[in-house]
Design a protein around this ligand. Sequence first.
Ligand SMILES: Nc1ncnc2c1ncn2[C@@H]1O[C@H](COP(=O)(O)OP(=O)(O)OP(=O)(O)O)[C@@H](O)[C@H]1O
Ligand SMILES: [Mg+2]
Length: 254
Amino acid sequence: MQATTGSEPFRQGDLIVKPVAAWTPGVHALLVALHRHGFDAAPISAGYDEAWERVTYLPGDTGDLDGHAAMRGEKALRSAASLLRRYHDCSSLFAKDLEADYTWQLPARSPCEVICHGDFAPYNVVLNDGEVTGIIDFEAAHPGQRIWDLAYAVYRWAPLSSSIALEEMETLAAQVDRARIFADAYGLSIAERPSLPGIIVERLEALLAFMEREAARGIERYRRNLQEGHDRIYREDIAYIRKYSIEIVAGLTG
Ligand SMILES: Nc1ncnc2c1ncn2[C@@H]1O[C@H](COP(=O)(O)OP(=O)(O)OP(=O)(O)O)[C@@H](O)[C@H]1O
Ligand SMILES: [Mg+2]
């Protein structure tokens, strides 16, 4: 990551600095509560003023699946899923208190079991020795069900997508294997697994609606997402997951 003048986060010594947003108070309350409960795999809040928010820098490699080979490894996949579980277990202890007191970038969903990370993807974790050791970028955090957050994480980590140009993940079979490893390492019960494809579709539809709403009210980031065709990819992925949901469930439960 480079220091920039736009709205990108930048590093300042041991801190990461980002512009504040309407949901910054909620995100920082979440980081404070995680820290208070002994969760050591998220940035620590260093506060915010009217312009900037600051959190601690987490050392490690960052990037997407196409960046480092280690990010595509099974060790990263398993450790990501078990870290998401640990994050959910911790945030379940105070989710209802935060739900009542703060507003979030994404709409809160009932029932509130945890504070969903909202974007638990390879590009929002840090990696050390091939293991996912930290979670970053809580901008999309919002109250909701564990499986709502897990569904999106499985979509990103498998990844359940028809447009992946990575040799080891371009077949449905390889993707479903990875989805299974993720669900196992998270500790998702077999009984809950058949609902996953439907929840991923619902989550992607909600994301599309959100992106279109934000672009329509002139938010630059989402206008750019639409110009770059992100909506088309999500639509194709929704069709792909619907088409193969029987195979996905068979792989997850068999
Ligand atoms: N707390 C942190 N510790 C270490 N690196 C960080 C931290 N926060 C941000 N970064 C670095 O800055 C990059 C962008 O940060 P972040 O994910 O918060 O911004 P973003 O604009 O939302 O990006 P994206 O939309 O790709 O998720 C990250 O990929 C990571 O390299
Ligand atoms: Mg990010």
